[in-house]
Design a protein around this ligand. Structure first.
Ligand code: HEM
Length: 210
């Protein structure tokens, strides 16, 4: 299901772009950060990621609202135990609903709002230690590819924002972007994102992309 992680990374980047297309001020702030840190004469590289905290916050916020594996991978209790007052007999199959945790109003302010700022200056990370945000799961069966996955997502999203001006197809308003999910073992967009892009860096930077 999660095999390879290419699909998970692509789905996450698609969600991120869709979310920020609905919020031009977030797009603008991300672009400003990139212009400041990277400049307009080169692409973003993996080593730039630590210098792009706003981009990292956008990725966390995307993974909070759109975790690729909304129920992680099922677990089975190897012994009877009690969790939060519930008796769990041996052999019980357990799903951890990280989708709901990510939208829990007891944990998050305005949980349905896409607000990357909530992660600026916050210690909450996606590495399995903070139970309010578990897009890669946690514990012994946590995603072993999380580091790679994160880097791929951050670098590709940063380059897509940095390298292109984004717009919606003629006649479409940002409110019209369909944000419905297909809810199952993974959560892709129900309607794929359709957008119009134009290069925003010097033309020679695009030559080797052909
Ligand atoms: C956006 C990128 C990715 C996301 C969101 C993601 C998410 C996840 C999640 C939620 C799990 C289940 C963890 C749990 O139940 O605690 C998982 C398991 C796994 N992931 Fe990923 N993953 C990503 C990328 C990758 C990559 C790049 C690789 C490999 C190179 C990978 C390999 C695996 C494997 C092998 C497992 C099964 C681990 C086990 O059951 O012991 N994933 N992933």
């Amino acid at each position: 299901m999660i095999a390879g992680g290419t699909e998970s990374s692509a789905v996450t980047v698609e969600w991120a772009i869709s979310e920020i297309l609905r919020r031009p001020e977030i797009f603008e702030r991300a672009t400003q950060e990139l212009d400041q840190v990277i400049g307009q004469t080169r692409w973003v590289e993996e080593k730039d990621i630590p210098q792009l905290p706003y981009m990292a916050a956008i990725v966390k916020e995307t993974m909070r609202l759109h975790p690729v594996a909304p129920m992680l991978v099922p677990r089975q209790a190897r012994e009877s135990c009690t969790i939060a007052g519930f008796d769990v007999p041996v052999g019980t199959r357990i799903l951890v609903n990280v989708w709901t945790i990510g939208r829990d109003p007891k944990i998050w302010d305005s949980p349905d709002e896409f607000r990357p700022e909530r992660f600026l200056g916050s210690q909450i990370d996606v590495k399995g230690q903070d139970f309010e945000l578990l897009p890669f799961g946690s514990g012994r069966r946590m995603c072993p590819g999380y580091n790679l996955g994160l880097r791929v997502i951050q670098t590709s999203l940063a380059n897509l924002v940095h390298g292109f001006e984004w717009g919606l197809p003629e006649g479409m308003k940002k409110e019209d972007l369909n944000m419905e999910e297909i809810f199952g073992l993974s959560t892709p967009k129900k309607e794929p994102l359709v957008a119009v892009v134009k290069p925003r860096l010097p033309p020679q930077l695009y030559e080797h992309l052909h």
